[in-house]
Write a protein that binds this ligand. Structure first.
Ligand SMILES: C[S@@+](CC[C@H](N)C(=O)[O-])C[C@H]1O[C@@H](n2cnc3c(N)ncnc32)[C@H](O)[C@@H]1O
Length: 262
């Protein structure tokens, strides 16, 4: 009889999570029949950033994992982009990509996809060359600390982007709310949050390990945003679902919100 794998969480991200396997499992393809989450994220982020209104000195990406797909279309609008993660394996993958070291994930198809959305397919290597020097720092981060970047004291930033992190880090809705509150404390009043959330997902797998996730509805996400000093600007949703063991979920949402002036 098949046994259900133990659900991993918290400190397991420091010891067990393998960023290389995660990247290879979820980020070796973009267009997958019946699975539109990746394309939904790329098209929506492209739409959000190509207006040229979401810009500033610093963009902070929270719980980046080994990934850079969220910040490619942001590069030209910011002086600096900071990537963060709780897992050392993910931060190592970030550093490898930045330093072009062996073992780095190959993100070429993502640069090609965005440059095609820009209507300038041949420009993808320029997008890559523009992004690398903008990512000046990769920090450790724990969304359950009042200052998630502790011991770093960062000036509040213009824009925060976070994708599938807060629900993966949280065991319940109360923790999800605390994580959101801590993350929003890093944002300037008037600053923008781009929150990418995966819905109705209880776990996801990385290799043979299964990680917990708090199951959220769209209303849960919207209500948590509104509870945390944020004003909704725009909401995008996708009803794509997936029932394979890698990440069973139903739906995803991207919220663009603004931190209220106090
Ligand atoms: C499902 S992955 C998402 C990664 C990436 N942002 C993406 O879009 O694929 C969840 C991420 O949350 C990170 N994470 C888990 N607990 C965390 C915590 N307490 N603080 C910050 N990040 C955490 C994990 O290390 C992992 O990279």
């Amino acid at each position: 009889m098949a046994t259900t794998p133990q659900l991993r969480a918290g400190e397991d991200y420091k010891t067990i999570f393998d960023g290389k396997i995660y990247a290879n499992t979820l980020f070796n393809q973009i267009e997958v029949e019946g699975f539109t989450f990746t394309e939904f994220r790329l098209k929506t982020l492209h739409k959000i950033f190509s207006k040229g209104t979401i810009k500033g000195k610093c963009l902070l990406d929270i719980g980046s994992g080994p990934c850079i797909h969220t910040v490619i279309p942001a590069a030209k609008w910011f002086e600096e982009i900071i990537m963060t993660d709780y897992s050392p394996s993910n931060r190592d993958m970030q550093e490898k990509w930045l330093k072009k070291e062996s073992g780095a994930h190959n993100w070429d198809m993502y640069f090609k996809y965005y440059s095609k959305l820009d209507g300038n397919e041949n420009n993808w290597q320029q997008l890559e060359a523009d992004l690398r020097p903008k990512i000046k720092r990769v920090f450790a981060c724990d969304v359950f600390l009042p200052n998630p970047l502790d011991p770093i004291q960062l000036d509040q930033v213009d824009v925060i982007c976070t994708s599938a992190c807060l629900e993966s880090a949280s065991s319940d809705k109360e923790k999800y709310n605390i994580a959101m509150k801590n993350v929003v404390s890093l944002l300037k009043p008037g600053g923008k949050l781009i929150l990418i959330g995966i819905l109705n997902c209880t776990h996801y797998s990385v290799g043979s390990e299964r990680f917990q996730c708090v199951s959220l509805t769209k209303d849960d996400v919207v209500n948590t945003v509104k509870k945390n000093d944020l004003k909704m600007i725009e909401i995008f949703d996708d009803d794509s679902s997936f029932d394979g063991d890698a990440a069973p979920f139903k739906g995803s949402v991207i919220i663009l919100a603004e931190k209220k002036q106090t």
